[in-house]
Design a protein around this ligand. Structure first.
Ligand SMILES: Cc1ncc(COP(=O)(O)O)c(C=O)c1O
Length: 365
């Protein structure tokens, strides 16, 4: 099966420096924080232009820390995306927020035109598929922006690194992300000194030292481990090379599919994609997925969720979100990870071409 992600190939590529560094880490008695955490944070400052970076144990915990720094309370209204992975919206929900959902647009980005900003405590923005939200629409509203840029690391908003936008932003290093590791990890980024001070405390259950008597922060266990930071740092050394490869694959796929008439997701004009996902639109994505699987090609459905229709998340389940419905029914992600080989790319393209029906070609977005 040609897979959507390729952890074993990632490991094959980075194993030499990784093994050496892990031996060093496992040969010491310090398992938390340390020099590899600092190395990751410095490297991420360089790549994103952010003033402060804190490594944490996942993208989800990065989002949680941002909402804690903001001081979200029971019943606070938070605008957030209606269609994504559930991790995007769980942190504000866990803290008691009322989620006000915005639909996506035809690019799969959060539609922030004409949002109801009445009494809103925060706008949570989420970039999907390798692009980001249109930040200028909300930049001057005077409402804090929590940027879920977990998928958007190294994509650009009007030429500016997507993770540098908003009061704070998050990166995920999960296995399918721009900069993958084995398992998952995260980072929280900000230019605000007050929030950076909070993150130092809140990522380790509210305290910086066991020797202090008083606690003045509430926190969670998101304190980074030395061995995982070795993984992140080692992947960060390769990430720009992987970005080039992702671009080549996307270009070759577009070229191979250009005469078929199949709909391919496009980026908004303001965004330079990081090619995180290569998404096609087909009449019935479940049927299409089965056909690809029969030809040895794995594909994923991003995503199946219409958050507003779930009572655990939404007070009003009656509202319609047409573009969410479109993506739920029609979007399909094909393998495009940087370790794909030439013959595998050809096999993916052959399988896609063989699976296309007239109904797929009649689809409009
Ligand atoms: C948009 C988005 N937000 C948040 C997350 C959560 O990141 P993690 O899996 O590192 O907790 C993900 C991960 O898939 C994501 O894609």
């Amino acid at each position: 099966m040609i897979k959507v992600t390729a952890l074993s190939r990632l490991h094959q590529e980075i194993r030499q420096p990784l093994r050496q560094r892990l031996d060093e880490v496992y040969g010491q008695d310090v398992h938390m924080e340390g020099k590899w955490m600092i190395a990751c944070e410095e490297k991420l400052k360089e790549l994103t232009g952010r003033k402060h970076v804190h490594m944490v144990t996942s993208g989800t915990s990065a989002l949680m820390l941002m909402f804690m720094a903001l001081g979200i309370d029971q019943g606070d209204r938070v605008i957030c995306i209606n269609h994504s992975i559930p991790s995007s919206v769980m942190p504000p929900k866990l803290l008691g927020a009322d989620l006000i959902f915005s639909d996506i647009n035809k690019h799969g980005q959060q539609d922030l035109t004409g949002i109801d900003k009445e009494d809103v405590k925060a706008i949570m923005t989420t970039g999907l598929y390798g692009d980001c939200h249109d930040h200028d629409l909300i930049a001057d509203l005077g409402i804090p922006v929590i940027n879920d840029s977990c998928q958007a690391f190294l994509s650009k908003y009007k030429g500016k690194e997507a993770t540098s936008i908003g009061d704070a932003s998050a990166i995920s290093f999960a296995q399918n992300k721009t900069c993958p590791v084995f398992g998952t990890y995260g980072a929280v980024l900000t230019d605000r000194d007050d929030w950076a001070d909070d993150f130092s405390h809140t990522r380790r259950c509210g305290y910086l030292s066991r020797n202090n008597v008083n606690l003045d922060h509430i926190g969670i266990n998101a304190q980074p481990h030395a061995d995982k930071c070795v993984q992140v740092y080692t992947s960060l050394e390769y990430v720009l090379k992987w970005q080039e490869r992702r671009q080549q694959i996307a270009d070759e796929y577009r070229d191979a599919l250009k005469d078929t008439g199949i709909l391919i997701r496009t980026s908004p004009d303001y965004s330079t994609t990081n090619n995180h996902k290569f998404v096609l639109f087909v009449d019935n994505n479940i049927e299409f997925m089965k056909k690809l699987a029969d030809m040895g090609i794995e594909s994923h459905l991003h995503y199946r969720y219409n958050f507003s229709k779930n009572k655990v998340l939404s007070k009003d389940t009656t509202k319609d979100f047409p573009m969410t419905d479109f993506f739920v029914k029609h979007a399909i992600t094909i393998p495009s990870h940087p370790w794909l080989k030439k013959d595998e790319m050809s096999a993916v393209m052959d399988a896609v071409k063989k699976s296309i029906t007239k109904k797929d070609l009649d689809l409009k977005i």
